[in-house]
Design a protein around this ligand. Sequence first.
Ligand code: ZN
Length: 238
Amino acid sequence: MSDQIEALSKMIDDSDNIVFFGGAGVSTESGIPDFRSTSGLYNQKYEFPPEMMISHSFFMSNTAEFYCFYRDKMIHLDAKPNAAHLKLAELGANGKLKAIVTQNIDGLHQMAGSKLVYELHGSIYRNFCMKCGKPYAVERVMECSGVPKCDCGGVIKPDVVLYEEPLDQEVWEGATLAIEDADVLIVGGTSLNVYPAAGLLRHYRGGKLILINKTELPHERNAVLVIHGSIGEILQLL
Ligand code: ZN
């Protein structure tokens, strides 16, 4: 392990164009459950299956039930950035890390101080009226029971990419360009099985792919460095 940390440390020292691509594993260390893991949300009992409840069609047809589940399981306002978020923010402030691409919707990278974060699946902190477009803070969504409504009477919808919905084109293009241009690409806390997000890796041509994950990944043969373990603990050692 210490050799691997040393190798990681050297690659970071030698680069000023690093991109980090992260998944649910980055947030689990802040106490946010990974809803795709076996102990995660998908295996919990609810009236409807979670995959169905966080779909666009369910949002449109069963908005109150959607919000019930969403408030209960998807929003974790007490969560704080962990060692991984803090180290990445530090690398950004030092001019080494150019961008973060994340599949998480919890805003913890920004809370840690990271500036350029491509949120592929949106953010719980942005909410809009579907009728007039007025933005609302997450508190508005949390404070009322039932369906949160705009002053104009329209339904407020979180800016979170639900199943059946496309990713935001601008975010996708920004993330693609950052990965295309990256010298070092660090992929952490993701099992790389969520498409289309995982397909972004195909755009990387830097030849210095680093994978940090608790379990084995399908892309390991393409990586110059693979470290199995907790992303927070590993980054903290740098
Ligand atoms: Zn409105």
